[in-house]
Ligand binder design. Sequence first.
Ligand code: PMT
Length: 404
Amino acid sequence: MSEQRMLDKKIVVGVTGSIAAYKAADLVRRLQDEGAQVRVVMTKAACEFITPLTLQALSGYPVATDLLDPSQEASMGHITLARWADWIVIAPASADTISRLVQGRSDDLLSALCLASESPLAVAPAMNNKMWENQATQDNINILQSRDVHIIGPGSGIQACGELGEGRLIEPLELIAELARLMVPAKLQGKRVLITAGPTYEPIDPVRFIGNRSSGKMGFAVAKAAIEAGAIVTLVAGPVHLTTPNGVKRVNVETAQQMCDAVMTDIEQFDIFVACAAVADYRPEQIESNKIKKTQSANLQLNLKATQDIVSTVAEQKTRPFIVGFAAETQSVTDYAQQKLQRKKLDMIAANQVGDGVGFAEDDNALQVFWESGSEVLPLAPKTQLARDLMTLIIERYDAKDST
Ligand code: PMT
């Protein structure tokens, strides 16, 4: 199992009346997998959607539902729970609960608990998209944020009511990642990290391009890992179909030149640059303004011109960030990666074997990471996990370089 990011954290999960209440079961399990101790509080409306027994069985403790239940007041009443909790997480949080928090109500257990607690509060809204968009809800959210309540989500998509839009409870895994980011001492707090991801498309004519098989998964996972480490993250993404990780500033580009321009804008402001994109090494010298017509000739010749090497351009800057390159190789991975580390003047390089169904587009990957004085193998794992392990190495080497 991966590192437990919430080891011994005491978390009260508040569940309120929403069709998404069933997802609280998954959330409770995953919080425990992360090492957290969990107690559950449910509102009356929540009990209409999922039984307290389910969450009791999962959390291993009685679920608190009533403010004025003598048995619960004797054990884990609202004051005791308020003192016990390191964090309170309300998921799903209905529009009604959000409005009650704003008003400072205390006529049910969950609202009284929130009022009595000094612990950080995270709220994951879930409601119909019109209710979410309503100015009253938006004003309530703004008020909560101004009181340092962490609003996580909502997500968007098809809703239980059949409508499409924002208002779905964020998926438990994403919620956990965001909570972990908020809870774990952030090693890159305040640091600016720039990441490139995905392929580039180099146009031949208005309908054709030269591209490659990069899906962006690895680079997006690195962006997420950097966010989890507390960094301020900008992601320059080639043409991919991936959702931007929460909290990441995304800049979309298509060609190598556009990627280079986006990277070089404000490059001096970044502390770390991770070049994960599969950038075209060559582009058509000339882009035809009309579609190239098929002729009788068996061959068609395209003149290609080298693109600008982005990572090397960054390395030539007077004040340069800590630079991590990637190397995608089909053979002699170690040799080629080490040559690239030197030639491109990188601080670190993460090499992967690609081709034959590995590296590109897959969910899993393996990396060999090299720096001037050492190396480490990161064995086959989901790219999300691999990115976290890579980020741990980057932080170690970045700190070591910073202190010399
Ligand atoms: O996106 P996925 O489907 O998840 O796949 C992940 C990946 C295989 C694309 C990723 O793990 C990876 O290896 N990315 C680097 C791909 C690549 O272009 O490698 P390279 O060996 O050709 O380039 C070496 C380094 O120079 C890279 O950091 C690259 O971003 C950079 N480069 C290359 C050309 C160029 N013009 N400018 C550059 O900055």
